[in-house]
Design a protein around this ligand. Structure first.
Ligand code: NAD
Length: 283
């Protein structure tokens, strides 16, 4: 199948980034969210990000206009009916995603691929509520989408090789580097990253070193661009905790148990940069 038209459901942080990248690469895009003001906000974000690229002379003003014209906003899922692939990027909530997948399955044309940008929900479980599980796949972009090169392509238990091939090729056409992973909790990115952040929390809680010292060890000793606490503050401590819970439950293995300090931080509302206080404070 030759993908020409891409649907994006959810126009938040990730959805507007995916729409931006798809439009910049010449695809027609239908971008769906639940309210007009959310779509307007997404458009404003895309415009601002494209303006930055014009300023850096990476694209011309004409390229920017052409990309914006490629994106059609809508509050109606039925507008996705003629898309070749739909990438779901709605709120990370199982019941919302299951509902969106059921609706997409009934609305989208028979040979359309249904992809999810989920960070932690099982692709196999999303596929199971559709009548086309072999055409359901994970397409896990990284934040910020226009900048980050990686896309984890997640094969569910029933995903076909032909679906994988189309999505792999699409990711490359979007200028990304696709990496194949199978559908197990946390895929690869979060399965490796989150236990590292969680272990840093245990070390801090046990008084092994200060947060600044732990961040410095990882930056200068391991060449990480950010320390684990700086990164956790950026991601959101609530998001880190939720993903640790997914790993803990998904594998039923105590090695993934969330650190009590991380739980306490979330209980206190210290969620990181977004609340101006996490492990560090932000003005
Ligand atoms: P977000 O909260 O910024 O955006 C989610 C959007 O989905 C909102 O605009 C919301 O209105 C919309 N939405 C909710 N229900 C909907 C429905 N029924 N129909 C249409 N739109 C609906 O969230 P986000 O950070 O963009 O995350 C989206 C997905 O991407 C999640 O699955 C998340 O796990 C994943 N993800 C996030 C990141 C990240 O760093 N933020 C990175 C990788 C993957």
């Amino acid at each position: 199948m030759d993908v020409k038209k891409i649907g994006v459901v959810g126009a938040g942080t990730m959805g507007n980034g995916i729409a931006h990248v798809a439009a910049m690469n010449g695809y027609d895009v239908v971008m769906v969210d639940v309210k007009d003001e959310l779509l307007e906000r997404a458009f404003a974000t895309i415009t601002k990000n494209l303006d930055r690229m014009v300023k850096k002379e990476k694209i011309t003003e004409a390229d920017k206009q052409a990309a914006l014209e490629k994106i059609r906003p809508s509050t109606e899922l039925k507008e996705l009916a003629d898309c070749d692939i739909v990438i779901e990027a709605v709120t990370e909530d199982l019941s919302i995603k299951l509902d969106v997948f059921r609706q997409m399955d009934s609305i989208c044309k028979q040979d359309a691929i249904l992809a999810s940008n989920t960070s932690s929900i099982s692709i196999t479980q999303l596929a199971a509520v559709t009548g086309r599980p072999e055409m359901v796949i994970g397409m896990h972009f990284m934040n910020p989408v226009p900048v980050m090169k990686l896309v984890e392509i997640v094969k569910g238990l029933q995903t076909s090789d032909s679906t994988y091939k189309i999505v792999h090729d699409l990711a490359e056409k979007l200028g990304k580097t696709p990496v194949l992973v199978n559908d197990y909790p946390g895929f690869i990115s979060n399965r490796v990253l989150m236990p590292m952040i969680n272990e840093a929390c245990w070390a801090l809680m046990q008084g092994v070193a200060t947060k600044e010292a732990i961040d410095t060890v990882m930056k200068l000793g391991m060449a990480h661009p950010m320390g684990p606490f700086e990164l956790a503050d950026l991601i959101g401590l609530d998001v880190c905790l939720a993903i640790m819970e997914v790993l803990y439950e998904g594998f039923s293995d105590s090695k993934y148990r969330p650190c009590p300090l991380l739980r306490n931080m979330v209980k206190a509302g210290y969620l990181g940069r977004k609340t101006k206080r996490g492990f560090y404070t932000y003005e």
